[in-house]
Design a protein around this ligand. Sequence first.
Ligand code: SF4
Ligand code: SF4
Length: 452
Amino acid sequence: MPAEQPTLPVTTAPELPRLGSTVEYEKFLDCVHCGLCTSACPTYLETGDENNSPRGRIYLMRAVTDGRLEMTNTVKRHLDLCLDCRSCETACPSGVQYGRLIEPFRVDMQKAEARRGNDAAKGWFNRWIMYGLFPYPERMRWALWPARIMQTLGLDRLAEGVGLTKLLPQRLQRMQSQLPRLQPSTPRFPDVLPAIGPRRARVGLFTGCVADAMFSHVNWATARVLQANGCEVVIPKAQACCGAIHYHSGADLPALDFANRNSVAFAQDDLDAVIINVAGCGAMLKDYGHIAHEVAPQDHQQAEQLEKFAHKVRDISEFLAELGPIKPTGEIRLRATYHDACHLVHAQKIREQPRDLLSLVPGLELIPLVESEICCGAAGSYNLTEPEMSDRLAERKLANILATKPQAVITGNAGCSLQIQASIRKAGHKIWVAHPMEILDLSYRGEKPSVG
Ligand code: SF4
Ligand code: SF4
């Protein structure tokens, strides 16, 4: 009998993580396919295609995760077209957490693409603009200087008129066309601003990155409103971008790094809340605990620390509603309409608070906006990556806005503000796009807006 051959060790290639493996699978099972979400989905409303609806996308993601469906370019296209506006979450009676499906699934998609050599993070636009410029307010301020000078001298319109801007790469052209009339630069924040009157709370103010560079006047308005409501305002210099730009494009580790930096910057036990005035950043900050569990499930200490931070985060309108706002007295005679930012109304379920605050302003007339809760097409960087659908939704939003014949559109998100301003300007109208805090601040100070 021949001697038994020794068994050779079998070497196998390390198994690559499956698409969808980061998603908590049970969350797929919450969907009972009733279809009640479809009429709330902007991309379904525009295309009428079931694959561009929440139900369709959940089906596609689950089938890919199960290995029943290949991730073809067509499947990817339907998933890429999703705005992650989470309007479907508001509409769903079964409590499906759609954001907790699409967001980790997209992280997996990006990683799979990177393994195949199509690493979007390494492309020039992501590297230099999305990751290298947007998250850093100081760099943004410098980058905006040429635009400021051109706007002051009227050269921006000249460049557009003679078609010079068409020489820019397509995405930069798009960014240039979205650029609003830049406001005069504001002074830097001190470390602390005192409360006016008896102190009712001590809060941290999250100033953001793009928002800090382009909407610092809104940050100042927010700080003054807080002061007027008896809040001492702490503005930590060590704070960083919320990480949404990275996270939503699949770069989850840098996003987690930003999260840790913010939780350290605001780690003061005597802070009653961390206040944010941008809906998209607010939704991200409130999600830090979930993201830590998703990206580094073994690191319980990190998840605990980020959960503690997230627990303190409040949108400014939510915070004032909880605190009990001091009634502003200055009259603002303005006919306005309010657009619900998706990441406020759907992701954070904040609908009534901004309206209630605005209703305190004497003279302000708020006209209801049809489809107020349907996305304007901004959706973070979506207006750069999916320009066609973004424009369709911007036109739809503008038509509804114009029907209210407003002097002002009020919204609580920097991205919506940019998108709506650009579509108003393109259509040749003059309507002020304001943050709720700008209106309240004027009223507290007894000043008038320059429109109306
Ligand atoms: S997501 Fe909700 S509303 Fe949409 S099909 Fe599933 S269960 Fe129905
Ligand atoms: S997140 Fe928005 S675009 Fe995406 S499926 Fe839900 S409703 Fe549609």
